[in-house]
Design a protein around this ligand. Structure first.
Ligand SMILES: Cc1ncc(COP(=O)(O)O)c(C=O)c1O
Length: 385
């Protein structure tokens, strides 16, 4: 199989980095469930010595994801957090990082509770506002860490603007692209240096694996990440690598349906009398709809909406039948959650309020069910509000 150099996205999802297995010709990369590799004679091996360092299943996934994110090399880790932890090792004590203010709570916890112990410092700003972002830079700033869209109120950061700002200050732009997936947005094409994913979400897409991946373009970053992936050892297992690789093959197809269902639910909810406000970048009412239209292809499957109070949110969440009340996102099945008490419970109440994460806010990860069934479920649940 030879992938044409100008192959389109869905073709790359299926074929990039995928060679028939050299031992058997198996079209699907096998799960190389082994800890070590036998050497023919002293110092003579097939490029594989020990499976923390090299594993063919993981490598097939890493090549695939690097290609579909328009990067150079990928490194797969045991979770999204392990991937972000590996990126943090590119910093050294005394460095400062500017971070999107409503970044994923686990990222905030890692930065705030773990990395500050190592003389790293962090400033949290609304990176959708590039002037405010620039003001947060100090002479010690070496990284701008952005999530776009943000969770759960879907603020959008201008990727090209953020990349130009980081470059002008000799800092790396890191984008957590978990919410969008490379089908919807490819930050490296806008100038990002590193992209990170919780593969747990859209890349795997089937709610049956925890994993993470970093995609890099700069030679120095690649060399370091390869070293640290082996040195710290938080690698993705062969089985999880195989699962995620199976997921990326259908990414384009799944995202088309996530996008369609996300938009349709956002429009339906915006017109519903019990709903006060809908946050979805695909709606013309979203304040950054024009920017989102420029840098995203489709607007993803994540949306949030406000039903006015904790009591109303509770009745809605307890009333759904088809949607599942659960954290996480990006799987084939639709999930519904309550950010204030679930994903963002550790964020202090005043900060939550400032971010727009009210007690009446509900988040949906639109899955792949028939849209009419999803709407019918929300109609009956909203009737209880
Ligand atoms: C945007 C984002 N980044 C990173 C993570 C962490 O990923 P993991 O749970 O795979 O460690 C999550 C998890 O929810 C996330 O939503």
């Amino acid at each position: 199989m030879k992938l044409p150099p100008n192959a389109r996205f869905s073709t790359r999802c299926l074929h990039a980095g995928q060679e028939p297995d050299p031992a058997t010709g198996a079209i699907i990369t096998p799960i190389y469930q082994t800890s070590t590799y036998v050497q023919e004679e002293l110092g003579k091996h097939k490029g594989y010595e020990y499976a923390r360092t090299q594993n063919p299943t993981r490598e097939a996934l890493e090549r695939n994801v690097a290609n579909i994110e328009s990067g150079t090399e990928g490194f797969a880790f045991a979770s999204g957090m392990a991937a972000i932890g590996a990126i943090a090792t590119l910093l050294k004590s005394g460095d400062h990082v500017v971070v999107s203010d409503n970044t994923y709570g686990g990222t905030f916890r890692l930065f705030d509770k773990v990395l500050t112990k190592f003389q790293l410092s962090f400033s949290y700003v609304d990176t959708a506002d590039l002037e405010q972002t620039e003001r947060a830079f100090t002479p010690a700033t070496r990284m701008l860490f952005v999530e776009t869209p943000t969770n759960p109120i879907m603020r959008i950061t201008d990727l090209a603007g953020a990349a130009a700002l980081a470059k002008s200050r000799n800092a790396r732009l890191v984008v957590d692209n978990t919410f969008a997936s490379p089908s919807v947005q490819r930050p490296i094409e806008f100038g990002a240096d590193l992209v990170v994913h919780s593969t747990t979400k859209y890349l795997n897409g089937h709610s049956d694996s925890i994993g993470g991946v970093v995609i890099a373009v700069n030679a120095d970053d690649i060399e370091w990440l390869r070293f640290v992936q082996n040195a710290e050892g938080a690698i993705l297992s062969p089985f999880d690598s195989w699962l995620v690789l199976r997921g990326t093959k259908t990414l384009a197809l799944r995202m088309a349906q996530h996008n369609a269902n996300g938009l349709s639910l956002a429009q339906f909810l915006e017109a519903h009398p019990k709903v006060r406000h809908v946050y979805y970048p695909g709606l013309p009412s979203h304040p950054q709809h024009a920017l989102a239209s420029r840098q995203m292809r489709g607007f993803g499957g994540m949306l949030a909406f406000d039903v006015g109070s904790l009591d109303a949110a509770r009745r809605l969440l307890n009333g759904v039948r088809l949607l599942s009340l659960a954290e996480s996102l990006g799987g084939v099945e639709s999930l519904i959650s309550h950010p204030a008490t679930m994903t963002h419970a550790s964020v202090p109440a005043d900060k939550r309020e400032a971010l727009g994460i009210t007690d009446g806010l509900v988040r949906i990860s639109a899955g792949l069910e028939d849209i009419e069934d999803l709407k019918a479920d929300l109609v009956q649940a909203l009737d209880r509000v």
